[in-house]
Design a protein around this ligand. Structure first.
Ligand code: SF4
Length: 173
């Protein structure tokens, strides 16, 4: 059996998916996906009536922001927060259909979830939907420390992050 991954039919399907994605989601911080749009000569203007995903910008913790207008629902952040790496299970899918989003249980602010502010979700997000508030706080450089917290972080927030980070993993699952 021959599997073709770049046949005209496959390319047409990918082009259409990219066009639908670009017509509904803000991809301005996603250079790899923009490169794919060029590669497949995708034209988002083909869907001028598409309903754009516009949701509130979330800034509810001292470590990172969440802009789900830029989210392509790739699921990377959910997986790395769960069984792939962190076992914190702070986020998951919410909603159905076009209203599907990544969120916390009962829409709680991030400091009220099991999030340990490891930064893994920020490190894997391909679209800039998740952003560290300061450089030097990405997962590639290890867990957050006091020195990479923004000045605006309250002492209470900083102490809470220390407390959660020091818990044995099983207690925060
Ligand atoms: S990693 Fe980024 S783009 Fe992917 S689902 Fe999470 S927030 Fe959305």
């Amino acid at each position: 059996m021959t599997v073709s991954t770049r046949s005209p039919r496959v390319e047409r399907s990918r082009r259409t998916i990219l066009e639908m994605l670009a017509s509904t989601v803000d991809l301005s911080d996603a250079p790899p996906i923009q490169a794919m749009l060029d590669d497949y000569t995708a034209d988002p203007a083909r869907f001028p009536a598409a309903h754009r995903r516009e949701v509130p910008f979330l800034d509810d913790n001292p470590m990172y922001t969440r802009d789900y207008s830029k989210c392509v629902l790739c699921w990377r952040c959910v997986q790395v927060c769960a069984d792939d790496a962190q076992y914190a299970y702070a986020i998951n899918f919410t909603g159905r259909g076009f209203e599907t989003m990544i969120g916390t249980f009962f829409d709680r602010p991030m400091p009220e979830t099991t999030c340990v502010f490891c930064g893994q979700c920020v490190g894997v997000c391909p679209t800039g939907a998740l952003k560290a508030k300061r450089s030097g706080c990405s997962s590639r450089e290890g867990p957050p420390t006091r020195s990479c917290r923004p000045p605006a972080a309250s002492a209470a927030s900083a102490n809470e992050i220390d407390r959660i980070n020091e818990l044995p993993r099983r207690q925060v699952r």
